[in-house]
Design a protein around this ligand. Structure first.
Ligand code: PMP
Length: 360
């Protein structure tokens, strides 16, 4: 097979058109005779880039004017700490909805900063399924409620927004940001590491409702203080300029290819194809309830570790990269983020059929 498809969970594949544009202007950005990574982050050309990037992101995701957008460092994990440092107030505690690895990791980190109540929302049974999401009766006891709408490792996605009354809802959208339309107004904070749907690793987006800025505890380091960052255009220190630039190209690319609605339609089509194939197969299986199957990370197994390892090795040789499941779960995982074309999913299914014929 000549064309390679990269199913990595993150850092993940980038849109080809974006890489080509970056390549084209690498040595001479905006006619400056230098690359974008070599110019001052405070100079006019770069400041124009970030203003446009923010505008494009706002347009793409329909972000209301009472929300600020921060472009930070430290990955999503940095936010696991920044969120309690910035949001814990008079109530002194937060509620974490546990749906798997990443939401549990966020809760663990938060425990260093505040009292945390954790509630299991993943129902135990034959399939992975999200249970009741109505927390409106208890949410007001907490400074915020945190959840992870897409658990990257297990491939469990939560399509319904938890009910939290007037409490502040915080969402880790690292692996599903910009993948489908959402109503930003339902959230206090949305954050995401860039390396799946936004751009390369090294930059983290935080969408924050303005009234939540300015509440940080006083010992909060300035790089983690939302107020300081908001007042300084997310440039309290030298930002990851090249990553920011690549994100700006991704936003332009998404706008030029139909925005989030068209992206969502493509994502639905890709996921449907793969899950329907899995459902008809007696050789492979996916163990996520239909209502919670991720559009971004599709997990599957043959049920046999040796066969799984053989699958991954042969798929790699065939040009289908990074299909090995996360080490905590095993099996296989196909991450089919926004940048994955449907041809990648079709090629995967063709390979899966061939592997089944040879190994069933
Ligand atoms: N949350 C989710 C949902 C993730 O998928 C990941 C990374 N795979 C993280 C958090 C951690 O992100 P980072 O490595 O950017 O800290």
């Amino acid at each position: 097979m000549t064309q390679v498809f990269n199913f990595s969970a993150g850092p993940a594949m980038m849109p080809q058109a974006v890489l080509e544009q970056a390549q084209k202007e690498l040595l001479n950005w905006q006619g400056l005779g230098t690359s974008v990574m070599e110019v001052s982050h405070r100079g006019k050309p770069f400041m124009e880039l970030i203003t446009q990037a923010e505008q494009d992101f706002r347009t793409l995701y329909h972000i209301p004017n009472n929300y600020k957008i921060l472009f930070l460092q430290g990955g999503a994990r940095g936010q696991f700490a920044a969120i309690p440092m910035n949001l814990i107030g008079e109530k002194g505690k937060a509620l974490y909805l546990n749906s798997g690895h990443w939401s549990a990791t966020a809760a663990k980190e938060a425990r260093s900063f505040c009292e945390v109540d954790e509630v299991q929302i993943l129902e135990q049974g034959d399939v992975l399924k999200i249970g009741n999401l109505d927390f409106s009766d208890v949410a007001e006891n907490y400074d915020y409620v945190h959840y992870c709408p897409n658990e990257t490792i297990s491939g469990v996605e939560i399509f319904e927004v938890p009910k939290v009354g007037n409490a502040v809802l915080v969402a880790d959208m690292s692996s599903n940001i910009l993948s489908r339309e959402i109503d930003i107004n339902q959230f206090g904070i949305i954050y995401a590491g860039a390396q799946k749907n936004l751009g390369p690793a090294g930059i983290t987006i935080v969408i924050i409702r303005e009234d939540l800025i300015g509440k940080a505890r006083k010992e909060t380091p300035s790089i983690w203080n939302y107020e300081t960052q908001a007042k300084n255009d997310s440039m309290i220190n030298t930002p990851p300029t090249f990553a920011w630039y690549l994100c700006s190209l991704v936003f332009k690319h998404l706008l030029a290819t139909g925005g989030v609605p068209a992206t969502e339609t493509r994502n639905q089509a890709k996921a449907k194809l793969l899950y329907e194939y899995l459902d008809h197969s007696t050789f492979y299986r996916n163990t996520v309830a239909k209502a919670n199957r991720s559009l971004m990370n599709v997990t599957f197994t043959t049920g046999n570790d040796e066969l799984n390892a053989k699958f991954v090795a042969e798929a790699t040789a065939y040009g289908l990269q990074a299909l090995k499941g996360h080490k905590v779960l095993g099996g296989m995982r196909a991450s089919i983020y926004n940048a994955m074309p449907i041809q990648g999913v079709e090629a995967l299914i063709t390979f899966m059929q061939k592997f089944e014929c040879e190994n069933a």
